[in-house]
Design a binder for this molecule. Structure first.
Ligand code: SF4
Length: 358
C-alpha cells in the first residue's frame, strides 16, 4: 500500500512556495522539501502526507491510559501512532516515535477499515490516535475515525491541540473525545521547550470545549523547575475555569527524565498533589494525578454531593457506582462525560496487536 497520500490544508504563495496551513507553524516549502513535522512534503507541486496507512504499532490499552477518566471508564481502546511531530518538545516522553526520521519504523500497514475491523474484533469501544500527534497525519486519522464511527466505535485524539483553524472542524468532526496536552501556561515555556506558541493551543481548547461537541479532558506534564510553580499552575487553572468551565477534567502527570531534559529530576508525587490542591482551589471539580499510585488523586467524586463514584489506583478501577446514564446513585447528579453500560473493566493491561493489510 502506498503511504503517500494527497494532503489537504495548503495553498500556493506568490513566491512559488507552498504554505501548509494544517498547523500554526505554517511551513513554506519548495519542491521536495518536508515540513517541520517531517511527514508532510511538497511533491510534484502539491502537498502529500507520507504516512497514510502506516503505524509505529498498535496496542490495546485501558482508556484511563490516554488519560480519559470520564469517557466510558474501564473500556479498552485500540491505540496507535505514526511518526513525526509538529512540536519539538525537549521533554518528549515518546521521542523515539515523534522524532523518528526513519520510516522503516512504520512496520504496521493498516487501512482505516482494517483498524476499525480489528477494534471491533477485539471488542474495543474506541480507537485512539496517540504516541505522536495525530494532527500531522490528519487525513489518515480522519479516515480511520470515520471507519470506526461506521461500526459504532468511538475515536479519541490525544493531541497537543496545535492545529490551524482551517483544519479544526474537519479534524475533530469524526472524533468523540480528545485529551489535549496543555504543556504549560506561559508563551516562554512553549517557545523555549516546545518550539511552539501557547495562544493557538488555548484557542483550540476553548473551541473544543465550547463548540465542538467532542468530550475533552486536559493533561499537564509537570516538569520540576519549568512549569510547576504555584503562580503558573494557578494561572492555568483559573484560565480553564473561566474559559472552559469547572467540569473539564484535568490530569497532572509525572515527568521522567528523557530526551533533552535528561538532567531534570522526576516529578515528586508531592508536586502532583500540590498542583491538584491548587486546581481544586480554583474551582475545578475533577482533578487527577497520573502515573502514580494515588487513590485520592485517581478517584472521581460527585461534583454536587462529593460521593466517591469511581475509585481508581493508577489505571485500575476498584469501585464503580454510576448508573448507565452516568448519574450519582446518592444524589442523582449527572457526572460530566460519556458513560454507558459498565462491564468488567479492561484493567491495567497493555496488549500489543499486529495488523497487516499489505
Ligand atoms: S503540519 Fe507539518 S508541514 Fe504542516 S505546518 Fe505543521 S509542521 Fe509544517
Amino acid at each position: 500500500m502506498n503511504a503517500v497520500h494527497p494532503a489537504r490544508y495548503w495553498h500556493f504563495l506568490d513566491d512559488g512556495r507552498i504554505q501548509c496551513d494544517l498547523c500554526p507553524r505554517l511551513c513554506r516549502l519548495h519542491e521536495d522539501q518536508r515540513g517541520a513535522c517531517f511527514v508532510r512534503r511538497r511533491e510534484d507541486d502539491a502537498m502529500v502526507l507520507t504516512t497514510w496507512g502506516r503505524s509505529s504499532g498498535f496496542c490495546v490499552d485501558p482508556i484511563e491510559k490516554k488519560p480519559l477518566n470520564h469517557f466510558f471508564p474501564g473500556s479498552s481502546v485500540l491505540s496507535f501512532g505514526t511518526a513525526g511531530c509538529n512540536l519539538a518538545c525537549k521533554f518528549c516522553q515518546n521521542w523515539d516515535i515523534s522524532k523518528s526520521r526513519d520510516m522503516d519504523r512504520l512496520m504496521d500497514v493498516a487501512t482505516p477499515e482494517a483498524i476499525a475491523d480489528t477494534a471491533e474484533r477485539l471488542a474495543c469501544r474506541s480507537i485512539a490516535f496517540t504516541y505522536n500527534d495525530p494532527v500531522i497525519f490528519a487525513e489518515y486519522a480522519i479516515d480511520a475515525a470515520q471507519a470506526a464511527r461506521e461500526r459504532g466505535i468511538h475515536a479519541v485524539a490525544v493531541t497537543a491541540g496545535y492545529i490551524g483553524e482551517c483544519a479544526r472542524d474537519e479534524f475533530f468532526a469524526p472524533m468523540d473525545a480528545a485529551n489535549v496536552d496543555l504543556k504549560g501556561f506561559s508563551d516562554a515555556f512553549y517557545r523555549k521547550l516546545c518550539g511552539a506558541q501557547l495562544a493557538p493551543v488555548l484557542e483550540t481548547i476553548e473551541w473544543l470545549v465550547r463548540e465542538s461537541g467532542v468530550w475533552v479532558e486536559l493533561t499537564t506534564l509537570l516538569i520540576p523547575g519549568h512549569n510547576d510553580s504555584d503562580a503558573e499552575i494557578t494561572a492555568m487553572c483559573e484560565w480553564i475555569a473561566a474559559h472552559c468551565g469547572t467540569r473539564v477534567p484535568l490530569h497532572f502527570t509525572a515527568f521522567h527524565p528523557d530526551f533533552k531534559l535528561a538532567d531534570v529530576p522526576p516529578t515528586p508525587p508531592s508536586t502532583l498533589r500540590r498542583a491538584r490542591r491548587i486546581a481544586q482551589a480554583s474551582g475545578l471539580h475533577h482533578v487527577y494525578t497520573g502515573n502514580v499510585h494515588d487513590t485520592e488523586g485517581g478517584t472521581t467524586c460527585c461534583s454536587a454531593c462529593g460521593a466517591r463514584l469511581i475509585v481508581r489506583d493508577w489505571y485500575r478501577i476498584d469501585d464503580y457506582r454510576l448508573d448507565e446514564g452516568g448519574h450519582c446513585p446518592d444524589c442523582g447528579t449527572a457526572l460530566a462525560g460519556r458513560f454507558g453500560h459498565f462491564a468488567a473493566p479492561f484493567g491495567a493491561r497493555r496488549i500489543p496487536v499486529r495488523i497487516a493489510t499489505q
